[in-house]
Design a binder for this molecule. Sequence first.
Ligand code: FES
Length: 109
Amino acid sequence: MEHATIKAKILRFDPDRDEKPYFQSYVIPVDEQITVYELLNIIHRDHDGSLAFRDFKCFKSMCTTCIVKLDGKTVRSCSTPVKPNSEIRIEPVSGGEIIRDLVVDFKNM
Ligand code: FES
């Protein structure tokens, strides 16, 4: 049986290595709806260990440490679902300096 997939374009940026941010595409097989946070973990664990995102988790939609932009809208990655066979864009939230990939410096936000 063929897996459903989620096609994700994720903004990557390592200030020590990259001149400017760029999008990297991933096609991830999934069996069911998962959260954005779970998707990032699957990518990091199984496809690209260099992807950086905040791994702190309260899972109660309270801490907002996990916020990212999903298709231009700020969401909590731990509680925002992504359906199989969807195409999405994930970026760091606006307003803070990008430390690496999806990790933003919250200091001035
Ligand atoms: S991990 Fe706390 S709101 Fe998402």
